[in-house]
Design a binder for this molecule. Structure first.
Ligand code: HEC
Length: 264
């Protein structure tokens, strides 16, 4: 028989293996969506689920570890807090008001708004309005302050990377540091990311101003600040309309409060 004879030749044998591997690889990849080059490819084989968004719980299990990559933009972690704090205020693009007919409170809502064109910055109205210079066109409208450059950069990068709903797990192998917590180094950056869009300026939401130490200190009266971020019964759940803060952030805020609200 031809087959066993040729297989005795090591060259034919190797060729046979290579062809076999090529066919296997080719047929198993053929259904994969083609992504533009330079795009971070999900090597876990689990494409991000864009059909159903569960904003009620975060994946904190360590079994499906996909550590955050500093070059990728993660919607819930990086983009949503900016939108919630600056655009989804009540009276604007929140679930109730739906100014201009859309809300910006979840991935699904943002994509359904028609304001985002994946990979195409110029075609994305969302990007256009946040970078607008004319006072009657810019979003958020005055007297709200414009997004700062780092926030605009995150949104631009997210759209350029395909406006995906990627998620990741923070590297907590070093644990959550609740000992070395300072106001300026830890607490304020958290509040600035998630809260100051609503809680700053001349007319901060609920009369609570979180844009400086004095205001934050006042907000801790009667356990309000911690109650709000930890979603304790009897307190308004904050960030309003958004996802609960990561557990580590909440623990760090608590540690700072328990240690006497130092202005450090
Ligand atoms: C989208 C806007 C928005 C964001 C973002 C937001 N808040 Fe609020 N917050 C409000 C509004 C509106 C009120 C007043 C109505 C209420 O209490 O629900 C309020 C009230 C509060 C109160 C008073 C609650 C009470 O029980 O008296 C605290 C404290 C507070 N927010 C903290 C925070 C913190 C901390 C964050 C960030 C982690 C945050 N908020 C993010 C809109 C927001």
């Amino acid at each position: 028989m031809l087959f066993p004879e040729t297989m005795k030749n090591p060259h034919f044998f190797l060729l046979f293996i290579f062809v076999g591997m090529f066919l296997l690889t080719y047929t198993s990849c053929v259904h994969e969506p083609i992504l533009p080059t330079g795009f971070p490819i999900d090597t876990t084989g689990n494409p991000p689920d864009t059909t159903q968004i569960d904003t009620t719980k975060k994946d904190t299990t360590t079994s499906s570890i996909k550590l955050c990559d500093p070059d990728s933009v993660y919607f819930e972690k990086d983009v949503l807090p900016i939108l919630i704090s600056n655009c989804a205020k009540s009276g604007c693009h929140d679930e109730i008001t739906r100014q201009e007919g859309f809300s910006l409170t979840s991935y699904e809502n943002v994509m359904n708004s028609g304001e985002v064109d994946p990979f195409d910055l110029d075609g994305s109205d969302l990007y256009e309005v946040i970078t607008e210079t004319r006072a009657d066109k810019i979003m958020p409208p005055p007297p709200n302050s414009a997004l700062d450059q780092s926030e605009i950069d995150i949104i631009a990068k997210w759209i350029s990377q395909g406006a995906q709903d990627l998620s990741c797990t923070e590297d907590t192998t070093g644990g959550c540091d609740t000992v070395d917590v300072s106001f300026s180094g830890t607490v304020f950056p958290i509040l600035d990311t998630y809260c100051t869009g609503c809680h700053s300026g001349n007319d901060p939401s609920g009369g609570v101003n979180l844009s400086n130490y004095e205001g934050v200190k006042l907000a801790t009266d009667n356990g309000r600040l911690y109650g709000a971020v930890a979603h304790l019964p009897g307190y308004s759940k904050m960030p309003q309309g958004g996802t609960k803060l990561p557990d580590c952030d909440i623990a760090q805020i608590k540690s700072w409060i328990d240690n006497g609200l130092k202005d450090n």
